[in-house]
Design a protein around this ligand. Structure first.
Ligand SMILES: Cc1cc2nc3c(=O)[nH]c(=O)nc-3n(C[C@H](O)[C@H](O)[C@H](O)COP(=O)(O)OP(=O)(O)OC[C@H]3O[C@@H](n4cnc5c(N)ncnc54)[C@H](O)[C@@H]3O)c2cc1C
Length: 353
């Protein structure tokens, strides 16, 4: 990386205005930042549930990310509180329930979450009255939060001083700006061969007769599902997890998502379908996010299922990198990956020799 002159105000380009790019632009707002993006509507971020739920995701997120994840929740509260536009943010926890035959999944999760206890039907009915006594057992994780991704992206984009609504030519940016922060998500897979897309399909419905105060997950061996409440009795039902980067929503997936919602509560049979869409999660082979540097380019990618949870933490790491400061979390995103990188380079050299 080019050395940063601490008495100057570097020019910085951010390629990509998903949650990663916008979080970086916000973290670097004291500098001269220009954000580029010509296709924000179809970003993975625009499809996300907005759940800030590291413990619910314990089967997808390693233990050593938990402190960073909790920091991510705290950062969201602070960032959203400082924006001009109002963005929903709820620290109302998450609830995980299972049908009787699938309760072994709850037990498996509870074993991985020693701080959390399995609760009974009475407590579930108090937390989420709309579920009544449909589920005998569940896990309530009080510390988790959720936000509204669409509102958050709009409010963050509005806080950017310079926004160019077109896709960037990365080589041109590299020449023109002191730093380029590459946050192109899955689009970077053209050059980054370790990056892949993991499709997530969602259905948005309005269910007038039902309400939730927090995301509810249905633990299921084949169709694990979550339902995230939005204002006006709108619910996001998500999400599939498919090794594919096409954006088509299949009938099979739609049936699975809607059947699972119906099995959570029969009132979903009468819900109005508002939208069905797919987003492509950018992911590396280990499903963990990375910050890589190459001369004056810093790339942040591979946020997989945890983009909302971890983007502000990675953005803070980028801001500290640019300012030449230490950051306790950066090793999560770099050191091991650098080792991987070195291993890959060494392997390439050996193959060539
Ligand atoms: C269905 C679904 C539900 C999810 N739910 C959650 C959740 O509840 N909680 C959570 O933490 N995470 C969730 N995720 C994961 C999260 O959405 C992703 O990890 C995150 O959005 C990745 O963000 P990103 O900014 O890296 O990529 P993206 O959001 O894909 O953004 C990349 C942006 O780069 C732009 N771009 C591409 N090429 C260029 C170019 N040349 N120049 C400029 N811009 C360019 C694209 O137009 C796009 O806007 C979910 C994902 C999906 C698909």
């Amino acid at each position: 990386m080019k050395p940063f002159q601490h008495n100057s105000k570097p020019s910085i380009a951010v390629a990509g205005a998903g949650v990663m790019g916008l979080s970086v632009a916000h973290a670097l707002r004291q500098y001269n930042v220009t954000v580029f993006d010509g296709g924000r509507e179809s970003s993975a971020s625009a499809m996300a549930g907005g759940m800030l739920a590291p413990w619910s995701e314990v089967e997808h997120l390693p233990e050593n990310f938990m402190d960073a994840a909790q920091h991510g929740i705290a950062l969201w509260e602070k960032i959203l509180g400082g924006l001009n536009e109002k963005v929903e943010f709820h620290r109302s926890g998450s609830l995980i329930v299972a049908h009787e035959d699938d309760e072994y999944i709850l037990e498996r999760l509870a074993a991985k979450l020693p701080q959390q206890k399995i609760i009974g039907a009475e407590k579930i009915a108090v937390i989420e009255p709309s579920l009544g006594n449909r589920f005998a057992h569940g896990i309530f994780i009080a510390e988790e939060a959720h936000t509204n991704p669409q509102q958050a992206l709009i409010a963050l984009a509005a806080s950017v001083s310079k926004f160019v609504s077109e896709n960037a030519d990365m080589e041109a940016l590299r020449e023109k700006f002191d730093y380029v922060i590459d946050c192109r998500g899955f689009a970077a897979a053209k050059e980054d061969k370790d990056l892949r897309g993991v499709k997530g399909e969602i259905v948005i419905v309005r269910n007038e007769g039902f309400s939730l105060s927090r995301p509810v997950r249905l633990a299921h061996p084949r169709y694990p599902l979550y339902i995230v409440p939005r204002p006006d009795n709108v619910f996001m039902i998500g999400a599939t997890l498919l090794e594919s980067a096409d954006r088509a929503v299949t009938v099979k997936s739609a049936l699975e998502l809607l059947s699972a919602a119906f099995s959570l509560h029969p009132s979903f049979a009468e819900a109005e379908i508002l939208d069905i869409r797919a987003g492509i999660r950018p992911a590396y082979s280990d499903n963990l996010p990375r910050i890589n540097t190459d001369d004056n380019v810093i790339s942040c990618n591979g946020l997989f299922r945890h983009g909302f949870l971890l983007a502000p933490v990675m953005a803070e790491c980028v801001a500290d990198l640019v300012a030449g400061k230490q950051n306790n979390f950066i090793s999560l995103f770099r050191s091991e990956n650098d080792d991987h990188h070195h291993q890959r380079s060494a392997q390439k050299h050996r193959l060539r020799a």
